[in-house]
Write a protein that binds this ligand. Structure first.
Ligand code: SIN
Length: 340
């Protein structure tokens, strides 16, 4: 049986700039009904039990709030399901300061309806370290002063803001705090320069000097994982322009009707390269059908699969969840370094 094999993990805080675990691919997505807020106390990472720092959690939209503008952007990391148990156990430890795992729908630009479920970590209002709301001045002050085993609280805020900027998404609460903290840093002669953002001081950014040893290990594990799962396509599917549009810009699954040619011999569940009519590779993915089956299905409408094959493994040749290069903006370009 060909089944989806990736677990989605949604990060919206420190997981954005330091996932700390290997993953096969990632893409940006948003969740509905939650807002990212610096409402969680941190005594084990960015503060101490005597002087807690503040980190982000997600606050649930009140039941009586009618507008649907409560959304939070983050990054979805795709992990093979057999690796997920170990990765989640490690994350449970890292997020032990009040966070619990939940599952919710994720959404992507340009697609109506859920793009699937993702696991995420949320610190609820009931956990002991929860701090909740305060004035923006007080929150900014607390972030400015606090330091914990993982470093300065202000670096957590600045890295979060930089990550969101890189993703080209906005977050009023985070950016407002960033402005306030940068101003406090300026008053205290602490310089900040990072990717075009500066607080007017001149020395190098405190963020540029990062220790790379553990991130190097994770990067090489990511590489191994990606190689293990995705490096050698067993065959090629050539698809028409409509299918190219559907998978690269509308995040759709690849259907048999869009396949014009099948090259190579492969079993179901194999990695295949997906090319446009000019033989340019636009994506890769796990095929639900073997090459023999697909040669019978070329150009066939999904509703006719059973009458052609006598059975069906679903209406898609490659479900969108198993398309490797469907990153956030579904860019119609292959980036080899994205998965190698
Ligand atoms: C997350 O990053 O998704 C959880 C919150 C955090 O660790 O900052």
């Amino acid at each position: 049986m060909c089944e989806d094999f990736l677990v989605y993990l949604f990060g919206y805080g420190s997981i954005l700039w330091r996932p700390g675990f290997p993953f096969i691919r990632k893409f940006n997505a948003y969740i509905k009904g939650y807002k990212r807020m610096f409402y969680q106390g941190s005594t084990d990472h960015r503060g101490t039990p005597d002087a807690p720092g503040r980190v982000v959690t997600l606050i649930k939209q009140p039941d009586d709030y009618e507008k649907d503008d409560w959304i939070t952007w983050g990054t979805v990391y795709c992990i093979p399901d057999e690796e997920a148990e170990v990765i989640l156990k490690n994350l449970d430890y890292r997020e032990k300061g009040g966070y619990q795992r939940i599952e919710t729908d994720i959404f992507i630009n340009g697609k109506e309806g859920s793009h699937g479920k993702a696991i995420l970590y949320v610190a609820t209002t009931l956990n002991e370290e929860y701090l909740g709301d305060d004035t923006m001045d007080n929150i900014a002050n607390q972030i400015f002063r606090s330091v914990g085993p993982s470093g300065r609280n202000l670096d957590y805020l600045l890295k979060l803001a930089a990550s969101l900027r890189k993703m080209e998404v906005s977050d009023e609460h985070v950016f407002e705090l960033e402005t306030r903290v940068l101003e406090m840093m300026r008053i205290h002669n602490i310089p900040y320069h990072h990717e075009g953002k500066t607080n007017g001081m001149t020395a190098d950014s405190p963020l540029t000097a990062t220790s790379s040893s553990s991130s190097d290990i994770v990067a090489s594990e990511t590489l191994m994982l990606q190689k293990k799962y995705f490096v050698e396509p067993k065959g090629t599917l050539v698809i028409d322009d409509g299918a190219v549009q559907a998978i690269s810009q509308r995040a759709k699954s690849l259907l048999p009707v869009g396949v014009v040619q099948v090259i190579g011999e492969f079993d179901c569940d194999s990695l295949v390269s997906i090319m446009d009519l000019n033989r340019q590779e636009i994506s890769r993915g796990i095929s639900n059908y073997s090459s023999k089956e697909l040669s019978l299905l070329v150009g066939t409408h999904s509703g006719k699969i059973i009458s052609v094959l006598g059975f069906s493994r679903g209406e898609a040749v490659v479900t969108n969840k198993n398309l490797i290069l469907n990153n956030t903006f579904f860019s119609y370009r292959i980036h080899m370094d994205y998965y190698l």
